[in-house]
Design a protein around this ligand. Sequence first.
Ligand SMILES: *Cc1c(COP(=O)(O)O)cnc(C)c1O
Length: 229
Amino acid sequence: MNIKENIKQIKDSIPENVTLIAVSKTKPNEDLMEAYSVGQRIFGENKAQEMRQKHEDLPKDIIWHFIGHLQENKIKYIISYVSLIHSVDSLKLLKEINKHALKNNRVVDCLFEMDISKEESKFGLSQQEVMDILESEDYKELNNVRICGVMGIGSITEDRQQTCKEFKELKEIFTFLKEKYFEDKDYFKEISMGMTHDYDIAIEEGATLIRIGSKIFGQRDYSKTVKAI
Ligand SMILES: *Cc1c(COP(=O)(O)O)cnc(C)c1O
């Protein structure tokens, strides 16, 4: 697996307005540094403690995106440096992030994770749920979080038309929210969708952030990681 070549190849093949997030979960620091050596600066992680360790060990100009399900009791491990949290799936979590961000004197950028997959998924909001959050009294008081767009995970399927449909839906939700709540907010501009097997479709459907792991770093070996209880 030639990480440097993979990064270059992906970067050369995507439009300029699409940002590549190198998803480095489970991968050792050396692998991240290989990507870093060819200019990659944005890395995505899905476990708070793993991200904290890597943030401690690695160069401080790395931009860290949190892409996994975030438990409230783990926010403290990432809040002081995280650049974008892709996976806000409840008002409760958003309030908790706000609380920690305030303590750290920061405004933390977040995306709403939307449930677009046809599979029974554990996480992700519906458009109505997002509207309820945005129209709540609680939300108005959250001055230390900033909603910058939406994120979605497509179904794991060979059916490219299904994937296409899901990404189209996410784009529609983005446009709806933009027009209804964020018309004059330039920072509301991100659509995070597309992984190794479907990022080409995601780009066609308007992704601004793509999250690619295995195509850069190779398959992940979960047998070596300690399972969370
Ligand atoms: C692991 C992960 C990715 C990257 O997946 P690949 O298929 O390896 O590219 C992207 N997004 C999320 C939310 C992930 O958990």
